[in-house]
Design a protein around this ligand. Structure first.
Ligand code: A3P
Length: 320
């Protein structure tokens, strides 16, 4: 179904007065549109994406809910498609190789497709988006492009978000874990509810498995090499199995590991940021493991999230 149009005034500005508003953290408010919550600049950029981005059939769109492994998968996809990209990965932050549509290509102060290595080659562009499938489906389905969706254990996603948002250069307010849990459980997060985001892409991956690849952070972490191979097959550039290709594969897995990536100079920078999003580039690397929520969430919080997860995913064929 087509998302309802974003209310735009004669001036071209979005009319927020019609949209439900909810406090996120500090002075940061989210507004609800089409059943999902967005920060205002995000919604403005989304409006531009929906109006102007015309995917090419050869595009690969990496879709994700924030904090589920986007940065890692940007590096992996770029490496798979460009084969042996160690030099690029070593010297460029993944967000500077593969741009996110609504943060780096559309919206205020954004770059052009030519300014990112991942989108400069028009015959094999790689782009990312956090927009829910329910919102961007019309755009994606207008061509035959491929989508790769990554998701992650909701409790680890929550804990990763709780660490991440206070690193903002704009909204520095502290954020209590209790409030972060409350917001997550109520679906109030950028591009949330998390569950509807996951289910949108999950259902599409069942309908069109040749075009929508669905993977979890945990799968990718537990056997990166196998899944990188599967991804390469899906992307139409399989590793053919000769010795040289096997070395390239090993090199990609190794160069993109958390241990390596979090130590590259380009990824340790506190200066640069990603498009209009004012987060230091280093904030996209923290702990890089699975199950870290156990170190933060109380048993009650865990029970609460687990109960919601069971309810929301019930009957979908997907479960955490
Ligand atoms: P943690 O906060 O749990 O460490 P996103 O890229 O979607 O914003 O997700 C960020 C999460 O992915 C962070 O999780 C970050 O540490 C982790 N991450 C970044 N690079 C990674 C890599 N190469 N391997 C595994 N995890 C990575």
């Amino acid at each position: 179904s087509k998302p309802c149009t974003i209310p735009v005034m004669e001036s071209g500005k979005i009319d927020y007065s019609f949209l439900p508003k909810e406090k996120f953290r500090g002075d940061d408010y989210l507004c609800q549109w089409n059943g999902f919550w967005f920060r205002q600049p995000f919604l403005e950029a989304a409006h531009q994406v929906l109006n102007h981005y015309k995917p090419l059939p050869t595009d690969t769109v990496l879709a994700s809910y924030p904090k589920t492994g986007t940065t890692w998968l940007k590096a992996l996809l770029y490496s798979i498609i460009n084969r042996s990209s160690r030099d690029s990965i070593l010297t460029n932050h993944p967000h500077m190789l593969v741009p996110t549509l609504e943060i780096q290509l559309y919206g205020p102060k954004t770059g052009s497709f030519d300014s990112f290595a991942g989108t400069a080659n028009s015959s094999a562009r790689i782009l990312a988006t956090h927009l829910p499938y329910q919102v961007i489906s019309g755009t994606i389905n207008s061509t035959d492009c491929r989508v790769v969706y990554i998701t992650r254990n909701p409790k680890d996603t929550l804990v990763s978000s709780w660490h991440f948002y206070p690193k903002s250069k704009e909204v520095k307010d502290p954020w209590s874990l209790e409030d972060a849990v409350e917001k997550f459980c109520n679906g109030v997060g950028n591009c949330g509810p998390y569950y509807d985001h996951v289910l949108g892409y999950w259902k599409e991956s069942l309908e069109r498995p040749h075009k929508v690849f669905f993977i979890t952070y945990e799968e990718l972490k537990s056997d990166t090499k196998t899944h990188v191979k599967r991804l390469a097959e899906f992307l139409g550039c399989p590793f053919d199995g000769d010795g040289k290709e096997e070395d390239v594969l090993d090199e990609i897995v190794s160069s993109c590991s958390f241990e390596k990536m979090s130590n590259y100079e380009a990824n340790k920078s506190d200066d640069g940021h990603m498009g209009w999003l004012k987060f230091p580039l280093s904030s996209f690397f923290r702990q890089g493991g699975t199950g870290d929520h156990k170190n933060y969430l109380t048993p009650e919080m865990i029970n609460r999230v687990d109960k919601i997860t069971a309810e929301k995913f019930h009957g979908s064929g997907f479960m955490y």
